[in-house]
Ligand binder design. Structure first.
Ligand SMILES: Cc1ncc(COP(=O)(O)O)c(C=O)c1O
Length: 392
């Protein structure tokens, strides 16, 4: 059994999701068949399932420098963010009714914050620099004793920009503010340590690093006030009740273990491949724009804008390459990426954006082929379309 992409596709969309690693699948399968016990059951099958969940908890904790008791299993990034943001604000004292976040958060953060805004909370949305990272001066200026929660993502899903979370959290901590970071895109790609970051809460999404979809975790620093969003039973210390998704939790644990073992090698290998891809594209496409500097970006992510064409027109012609545009489609109308706009990129340039996100299975030969395909697609797109026609 293979978990690599079908041979006709060069998969450069790892920030959207990743395949399940073979080691992860192998570890999961017994918990879907023979070892099907409920971890709450007090018999050998139940106890084996409980042990598997606790082993996975240790593996997740170990990857981020946490204690196993600080890991709460969830269904993924969105649920972890909701629990962190809604659960910590629900537990906040009345004197703190403000949330500080950034303008470039995933909807998994932006929408819970917007909901709280309708419920009497004030939300301060921090700007980012032209290179896509959080404006730290603005963050430090915005933090005060009326703030309950600082929530800023660790790495941006579109651009791959890595945010100065540790520096912002250090100021927040001195003011008694609870800190959360959405690390869904960072885990498995760069080293993440909860003490180095100094955060109270950190979200993990399994399917972004070779575990299955529908499983994740929230790191909850011991002593952090947090209310559950779901009620019904006592699993996960009452913070996330519901019979555990044992097989997927086992898979998440193994994915964390794999990430820990290969992080250094993969970080280096992927950033070389990514920079090679940029070179191959930029020498043949004059005017191609790279949106974030390599130094402050996830090693696997390259967000570019093709000149004078729409990113979606390039990808539509890039047969054999799977990647994403930065633009969103609403009722047939394409709108530029809000992230790029927040970085000060002009709308026309933002519409030309494509996100290329590499992963464990990509090879140098694939990157060379993908570059050829993308250059060909760009040339055809610019010969056959113009933004003027598209906008009509
Ligand atoms: C930064 C970020 N946060 C949260 C999520 C949501 O994660 P999940 O799909 O596991 O709910 C994603 C997924 O796209 C993401 O990129």
């Amino acid at each position: 059994m293979t978990t690599t992409a079908p041979p006709e596709v060069i998969y450069l969309d790892h920030n959207a999701t990743t395949p399940v690693a073979p080691e992860v699948l192998d570890a999961m399968l017994p918990y879907l068949t023979q070892q099907y016990g409920n971890p709450s059951s007090d018999h050998p099958l139940g106890r084996r399932a409980r042990q598997a969940v606790e082993d996975a908890r240790e593996q997740v904790a170990s990857l981020i420098g946490a204690a196993p008791s600080e890991i709460v299993f969830t269904s993924g990034g969105i649920e972890s963010n909701n629990l962190a943001i809604r659960g910590s604000t629900a537990a906040a004292v009345a004197a703190r009714r403000r949330i500080v976040t950034s303008l470039v958060e995933h909807p998994a953060t932006a929408r819970p914050c917007a909901l709280l805004e309708t419920q009497g909370w004030t939300v301060t949305r921090l700007p980012v620099t032209g290179g896509g990272t959080l404006d730290l001066d603005a963050a430090i200026h915005a933090l005060d004793t009326d703030v309950a929660l600082l929530t800023v993502m660790l790495a941006q899903n579109e651009t791959g920009a890595i945010m100065p979370v540790a520096a912002a959290a250090a100021t927040a901590r001195m003011l008694g503010i609870i800190t959360h970071t959405d690390a869904a895109q960072a885990i498995g790609k760069i080293h993440v340590n909860v003490d180095t970051l100094g955060v109270n809460l950190l979200s993990i999404a399994g399917h972004k690093f070779y575990a299955p979809k529908g499983v994740g975790a929230l790191y909850v620093r011991t002593g952090t006030p947090l209310q559950p969003m779901l009620l019904g039973a006592e699993q996960e210390a009452g913070l996330r009740p519901g019979t555990e998704n044992v097989a997927s939790i086992v898979g998440l644990g193994v994915a964390c273990h794999l990430a820990q073992g290969r992080l250094d090698i993969e970080e280096h290998r992927l950033s070389n491949l990514r920079d090679h891809l940029w070179e191959k594209l930029s020498v043949r496409i004059p005017g191609l724009i790279r949106h974030t500097p390599a130094s402050d970006t996830l090693p696997n992510t390259l967000m570019v804008s093709f000149p004078a064409v729409h990113g979606r027109d390039v990808l539509a012609r890039a047969d054999g390459v799977a990647a994403s545009t930065g633009s969103a489609c609403h009722s047939g109308l394409h709108t530029p990426s809000a992230t790029l706009l927040a970085m000060g990129v002009q709308a026309e340039i933002a519409l030309g954006s494509v996100r290329l996100s590499l992963g464990h299975d990509n090879t140098l030969a694939e990157i060379a082929t993908a570059a050829d395909i993308l250059v060909g697609a760009y040339r055809t797109a610019s010969a056959t379309t113009s933004r003027g026609h598209d906008a009509a």
